[in-house]
Write a protein that binds this ligand. Structure first.
Ligand code: NAD
Length: 474
């Protein structure tokens, strides 16, 4: 098959100033075969040795920090978060390495029903794990499942998004210098490459949209391989009358617009008690209007460009749909073209309802629609009125009040007296509800254990039962 060249857009200039060759099915199959054969020796190494190798990879990433973050900066149009992605990957490698000795139970357990039979677990990694990642945090979401999979003894093939592929080359150089390229590699390409990857691996970790997630689930089901899916969200924030409005507006703003709202765990709808709505809106609007673009100077400002051109169409369509149905824009609201890139300043909307796409469909941008509620019961019902269930947040006067509400929200993680904490804190295990995902937790010890098949060794310490013990007339 002739290689396909895919042009890549620069989000700050709008120019197609990079290109990738999309790997075809044959190349993917050959890479998988190479990884599968190297994985045997990798899995046979004691866990301590794999741990040391991960620390070596952490050191290599730190040593290649300049090249990787420079590429990520062009991929995403932001500088500080590029550095944070790199530092986060290094910290994650070191963190998993430190936890490794404590993640698996070992030893024999005496039988309860048959005391002469005891059992012990053996943990057998899947040979090749596939990781398919999106464009919003290209390095973080390429490494988040990769690190525990490698530690577990899998070989890993990563396919990052075709929208943000510039970091692949310097990352491969770091992997090479850590001596890990026989068991860890990245491939370039788009959806067709991703589909080919699913045909070649033994377990698939996918982060992306619900629409693609459905295709990935179907392809994995056809091959009977496990699929772990981390998909979109429509995260609500409930603010009660007792909340500190200064803190609640800080959390709402950061939770909604950090990374230009291009985060799965972004707050995408805000429900505020009608008693404090006016003051909440005025403070939120004032803070939102003060947010600076990192344009023209990438070293200043809080938010970057819209990374994916087509996302701007979705944002524009949601704003138009909302205003056509009666929503009012308090600040922001216009997609701007600056230097060829596309930008949206934080956009606060009021007079919104669940008849508007901005309250029901994923936005993935810096839009903060605010709706008033008259009772906490109504707020909980509104928060749960969604096809998603990734995460949520509650801000109240006390943690106890926030917790009581949080326990009734149908989502995989609820931030209490803050917002979008899953983006900052990766230790708590969680499952996505409804369309937001499928499969075990990527966080916490379960995020490691899911790459291991649990095999049972069952030992009889006495004499085996003869067939006659099962005779009809015994
Ligand atoms: P996307 O679904 O368009 O693409 C994700 C990846 O899938 C890309 O690498 C793409 O090339 C690949 N792909 C496309 N078609 C495929 C196919 N048929 N088979 C296999 N792979 C295929 O998503 P996106 O636009 O890159 O990312 C944004 C989405 O990701 C949002 O919905 C966001 O909520 C979600 N997301 C979720 C999380 C989470 O942890 N839950 C984190 C970040 C982003």
């Amino acid at each position: 098959m002739t290689p396909r060249t895919l042009p890549v857009r620069n989000p700050r200039t709008g120019e197609m100033d990079y290109a990738i060759e999309a790997a075809g099915a044959e190349e993917i199959a050959a890479i998988a075969a190479r990884l599968r054969s190297a994985q045997k020796a990798w899995a046979a190494r004691p866990l301590e040795e794999r741990t040391i190798a991960l620390v070596r990879l952490a050191d290599a990433l730190a040593a290649h920090r300049g090249a990787i973050t420079a590429a990520l900066e062009i991929d995403t149009g932001r500088r500080r978060i590029a550095g944070m992605e790199l530092d986060g990957a290094v910290a994650s490698l070191r963190g998993w390495a430190a936890q490794a000795p404590h993640l698996l139970p070992e030893g024999w357990t005496e039988g309860r029903s048959a005391p002469h039979i005891r059992h012990a677990p053996q943990f057998v990694p899947y040979a090749v794990a596939g990781v398919i990642s999106p464009w919003n945090f290209p390095l973080t979401l390429s490494m988040i499942d990769t690190i525990p999979a490698l530690l577990a003894g899998c070989a890993v093939m990563i396919k990052p998004s075709e929208v943000t592929p510039r970091f692949i080359r310097p990352l491969m150089e770091a992997i090479e210098s850590a001596g890990l390229s026989d068991v860890l590699t990245l491939v370039s390409g788009d959806g067709a490459t991703g589909a080919a990857l699913i045909e070649a691996v033994d377990v698939i970790c996918f982060t992306g949209s619900v629409a693609t997630g459905r295709k990935v689930t179907a392809a994995a089901a056809a091959r009977m391989i496990p699929a772990f899916l981390e998909l979109g969200g429509k995260d609500p924030l409930i603010v009660t009358a007792s909340a500190d409005i200064g803190q609640a507006t800080d959390a709402a703003l950061r939770g909604s617009v950090l990374s230009t709202g291009q985060a799965c765990q972004s707050i995408e709808r805000i429900y505020v008690d009608a008693q404090i709505q006016a003051e909440f809106l005025s403070r939120l609007t004032e803070k939102a209007a003060a947010v600076r673009l990192n344009w023209p100077d990438i070293t200043a400002g809080e938010i970057g460009p819209i990374i994916f051109e087509r996302q701007a169409d979705i944002l524009r369509a949601q704003i138009d749909d909302a205003t056509a149905k009666g929503a009012r824009i308090l600040t922001g609201g216009e997609i701007e073209t600056l230097g060829g890139g596309l930008w949206l300043r934080p956009t606060v909307l009021t007079n919104v309802s669940h008849q508007m796409a901005v309250m029901t469909e994923e936005t993935f941008g810096p839009i903060l629609p605010v709706m008033a509620f008259s009772s906490v019961e109504d707020a909980i019902q509104l928060a749960n009125d969604t096809v998603y269930g990734l995460s949520a947040a509650v801000f109240a006067g006390t943690l106890e009040e926030a917790e009581a509400i949080g326990r009734r929200i149908e989502a995989g993680a609820v931030s209490l007296n803050d917002a979008a904490l899953t983006g900052l804190f990766h230790e708590a295990e969680k499952h996505s509800f409804r369309l937001s995902g499928l499969g075990g937790s990527r966080m916490g010890p379960a995020g490691f254990q899911r790459f291991l098949r649990r095999k049972a060794l069952i030992a009889n310490t006495g004499a085996p039962a003869p067939l006659s013990a099962f005779a009809e007339d015994a």
